[in-house]
Design a protein around this ligand. Structure first.
Ligand code: ZN
Ligand code: ZN
Length: 653
C-alpha cells in the first residue's frame, strides 16, 4: 500500500466524497474504475472507504461487490474487516461473516478493538445456528476483559437463544457481573420463545427494574402461547402503557378467538388518548374481520383516511382488504385495492385473491392473477394458495391444475403441504375422490389432518362410505380430540341409513371424551351483536318471537316443497324430534331474528362458527326467494350469498 501526499490529498478527498454520494452499485463501479486509473486503489484509506460503503450502505449487490474488492487487496486493516463482518451478519449469508471473522483473527497482528466485531459475529453465529463456532467465540471472550462487558454478554445470550440453547444462555446470564435491563429482557424473551412460560414468569417476577419492553415481552409471549388470561394480568399491572402494550394485548385476544375484547380494548386505548400505530390498526382490523360485522371496520377505515395514515407500503391496505372480504363486503375490498393504485405490495394482491376465493369468485381471482402477470409482479406461494382455493371453491378443476403447474414450472415454487391440501380439496369437492386420493399417495410428504379432512368431507358430500370411513380413521389418529370428523363420519353412515354404525360413532365419542363444539351464529342488529346457540337462545327476551317466526317460515317453505333433510342429524331421536331440532340450528334462529328486526331492503349478515349444514343451506336458499331477502352467511370455510333461491357457492362448500 502506498501513502499519498501533496496534490493527491485533494484527489482522495474528492473521491471519498463522491463515493459517499453513491446511489447504486453501477456508480460505485465507475468510481472504482477511476480509482484503478489513478492508482488510488492502492491507497488503504480510500479502498477501505469503498469496501465499507459497499458493505454497509445497503445498496443492492453492495456486499458481494465489497467482498470482491476485498479479495484483491493485501494487508486489509481492522476497520475493513469490521465493516464486512457487520455487513454479512445482517445479510442472508451470515456464515460469510463467521468466515471473515476467523480470517481476521489469523491475519491481524494487533487484535485491539476486535470487540467492535463481537456483537456482529455472535449475531451471525445465532442466525446461522452455528453452535460450535458460537462456543469458540464465547470461549475467546471469556479469556479477555470483555467478559465483564454487559453489552458483549447480552450478545452471547441472544446468540445461544437464537441457536435454541436456552440453558447455555441462562448460564451466561447467571454468571454476568452486571445485568442491565436488556439482559433481563433478552433472557425473558428467550424463555418465552422457547415455550418456557414458568421460567419466564419466575424471571419476570425477579426483574429489579422492569421497563415497558419487559412488560410487552411478557404480554406478547403469553398471548402467543395461548395464555390470554395471564397476558391480561400482566397488562393490567402496567401503569404506563405504550401503543405496543395495547397492540400486544389486542393480538393476544385475536389469537384467543376473542375479537370482541380486542375491539373493546382498542376503544379503551383511543379514549385514553393513545394514538394507534400501523400494527395496532392491523390488529384491530383483524379482530373486526373475525367478528364479521362491517360497521366497526368502516369506522376504522374512516379514521385511517381522516388521519391521513398511508395505506401502502405497509400492511394496512391488505388488512383492510382482508377485513372487508371477511365481513362479506367484497366490493369494498375491491375499492381499497384500487385505491392503492401504484405501490401495491404482494400482500395487497394476495389478500384480494384469497378474499375472492372465500366468496366463491374463482373467475375473478384468476383475472386478478392475470393482471399480476401482465404487470410482471412475481407471485409467491401465498398467491397460489389463494388461487388454488379459489378454484376448489368453484369446482374449477382444470384451472386449478393449470395454476398448480405454472406455480412449479414458471415460478419455480416448490409446493408445500398446504398446496397439496388444496389439490386434494379441489378434486374432492368436484367429486373426483380417486384423483384426490391419488394426490395424497404421490405427494412427497405425509398427508396432514387437513388433507384427510378434505377427503372426509368430500366423501360425506358425495356419499362414498368406504373412502370416507378410511379418511375419518386417519383424521381420528392424527387429531383424536377433533369432534368434526366424528360428526362427518356419523353423517356418512346416516346417509347410508347405517344406524348401528351411527350409534357406534356416538359411543366412540363418549368413550374418548370428545365434545361437540356447539353451533353458534351471530347477527348484528342496530349496532348490537346477538348470538344464538343451538337450541338455546342467549337472548331470552326474543325467545318466543324467534320460535314463532321459525314456525311461520317452516310452514311457508313447506308449501314450496321444503322437506327437512334428516340424514345429517347426529342425534339419535325420533324422526319427528329430528325435524324440530333441525329447526333450532343456530343459523335458522339468527335468520328468524334478522327477518323480524332488519328492515326489508337491507341484506341480512350472519356469521356461523361451524360449517353450515345441508338442511340449513337449502332452507336459507328458499327463504331468500320466498321472503325476497338477500342473505349472506359466513361459515367456518367461506361465504354464502343467498339471493332469489340460489347460493353463490353453487353447492361447493
Ligand atoms: Zn343447520
Ligand atoms: Zn352456499
Amino acid at each position: 500500500m502506498t501513502t499519498i501526499s501533496g496534490p493527491q490529498t485533494l484527489l482522495v478527498t474528492s473521491t471519498v466524497s463522491t463515493l459517499e454520494k453513491c446511489k447504486s452499485i453501477y456508480e460505485m463501479r465507475q468510481i472504482h474504475a477511476h480509482m484503478i486509473k489513478t492508482n488510488l486503489v492502492n491507497h488503504t484509506f480510500t479502498v477501505g472507504k469503498l469496501i465499507t460503503l459497499g458493505s454497509l450502505s445497503g445498496l443492492s449487490g453492495g456486499l458481494d461487490y465489497a467482498l470482491s474488492v476485498f479479495s484483491q487487496i493485501r494487508n486489509p486493516n481492522a476497520s475493513i474487516f469490521f465493516a464486512l463482518i457487520k455487513g454479512f451478519s445482517d445479510s442472508s449469508n451470515p456464515l460469510q461473516s463467521i468466515i471473515l471473522y476467523a480470517h481476521m483473527l489469523s491475519c491481524l497482528k494487533e487484535l485491539n478493538g476486535i470487540e467492535f466485531s463481537l456483537p456482529s459475529v455472535l449475531k451471525a453465529c445465532g442466525k446461522s445456528r452455528s453452535f460450535e463456532e458460537g462456543r469458540q467465540v464465547h470461549a475467546q471472550i471469556l479469556k479477555t476483559h470483555f467478559r465483564f462487558d454487559p453489552f458483549v454478554s447480552n450478545s452471547v445470550i441472544r446468540m445461544y437463544e437464537e441457536i435454541g440453547e436456552i440453558e447455555f444462555a441462562r448460564r451466561v446470564f447467571d454468571k454476568m457481573f452486571e445485568r442491565d435491563v436488556i439482559s433481563w429482557n433478552s433472557m425473558i424473551t428467550g424463555y418465552l420463545r422457547a415455550g418456557e412460560i414458568e421460567l419466564a414468569r419466575g424471571l419476570f417476577n425477579k426483574t429489579p427494574k422492569r421497563d415497558v419492553v419487559t412488560y410487552n415481552a411478557m404480554i406478547d409471549g403469553y398471548g402467543k402461547c395461548g395464555k390470554c388470561g395471564l397476558a391480561e394480568e400482566v397488562f393490567r399491572m402496567m401503569s404506563d402503557k405504550d401503543v405496543v402494550s395495547w397492540t400486544s394485548m389486542m393480538s393476544a385476544y385475536v389469537l384467543d378467538h376473542r375479537p370482541r375484547q380486542a375491539l373493546d380494548l382498542f376503544r379503551e386505548m383511543l379514549s385514553l388518548g393513545v394514538r394507534p400505530d400501523a400494527a395496532a390498526l392491523v390488529s384491530v382490523l383483524s379482530a373486526i374481520g373475525d367478528l364479521g360485522f362491517v360497521e366497526e371496520g368502516k369506522w376504522i377505515h374512516t379514521y385511517i383516511s381522516a388521519n391521513k395514515i398511508t395505506l401502502s407500503p405497509g400492511f394496512i391496505a391488505s388488512a383492510l382488504i382482508d377485513m372487508y372480504s371477511k365481513c362479506g363486503h367484497i366490493e369494498n375490498a375491491y375499492h381499497v385495492f384500487r385505491c392503492v393504485s401504484h405501490r401495491k405490495s404482494i400482500g395487497d394482491w394476495n389478500s384480494l385473491i384469497s378474499g375472492l376465493a372465500t366468496h366463491g369468485l374463482g373467475q375473478e381471482a384468476l383475472e386478478i392473477f392475470l393482471d399480476m402477470e401482465r404487470m410482471e409482479i412475481e407471485p409467491d406461494e401465498i398467491t397460489f394458495l389463494g388461487l388454488l382455493s379459489a378454484c376448489s371453491h368453484r369446482g374449477m378443476v382444470d384451472e386449478g391444475l393449470y395454476c398448480f403447474k405454472i406455480m412449479q414450472e414458471k415460478y419455480n415454487i416448490v409446493p408445500k403441504i398446504q398446496h397439496y391440501g388444496c389439490m386434494v380439496d379441489l378434486y374432492g369437492r368436484a367429486g373426483l375422490l380417486e384423483d384426490a386420493l391419488g394426490v395424497i399417495q404421490t405427494m412427497p410428504m405425509e398427508a396432514d389432518v387437513l388433507a384427510w379432512k378434505a377427503i372426509l368431507s368430500a366423501s360425506t358430500k358425495h356419499g362414498n362410505v368406504t373412502i370416507g370411513e378410511n379418511a375419518a380413521f386417519r383424521v381420528m389418529d392424527l387429531a383424536p380430540e377433533d369432534s368434526s370428523c366424528y360428526v362427518l363420519l356419523s353423517n356418512i353412515y346416516a346417509k347410508a341409513r347405517r344406524w348401528d354404525d351411527v350409534a357406534k360413532v356416538r359411543l366412540m365419542m363418549k368413550q374418548r371424551g370428545v365434545r361437540k363444539i356447539p353451533g353458534c351464529s351471530s347477527i348484528l342488529v342496530n349496532g348490537k351483536v346477538h348470538e344464538f346457540l343451538v337450541r338455546k337462545e342467549m337472548d331470552v327476551r326474543n325467545n318466543s318471537e324467534v320460535l314463532s317466526k321459525i314456525e311461520e317460515m317452516a310452514s311457508r317453505l313447506k308449501l314450496e316443497g321444503y322437506e327437512p333433510d334428516l340424514t345429517q342429524v347426529l342425534l339419535e331421536i325420533e324422526e319427528e324430534g329430528k325435524g324440530s331440532s333441525l329447526c333450532h340450528h343456530s343459523e335458522k334462529m339468527a335468520l328468524a331474528f334478522g327477518l323480524v328486526n332488519i328492515r326489508n331492503s337491507a341484506p341480512i349478515h350472519i356469521v356461523k362458527n361451524l360449517r353450515i349444514c345441508c338442511d340449513c343451506h337449502s332452507f336459507i336458499k328458499l327463504v331468500s326467494r320466498v321472503y325476497s331477502r338477500r342473505i349472506v352467511v359466513r361459515d367456518q370455510n367461506r361465504f354464502h350469498h343467498f339471493e332469489d333461491g340460489s347460493c353463490s357457492c353453487k353447492g361447493y362448500w
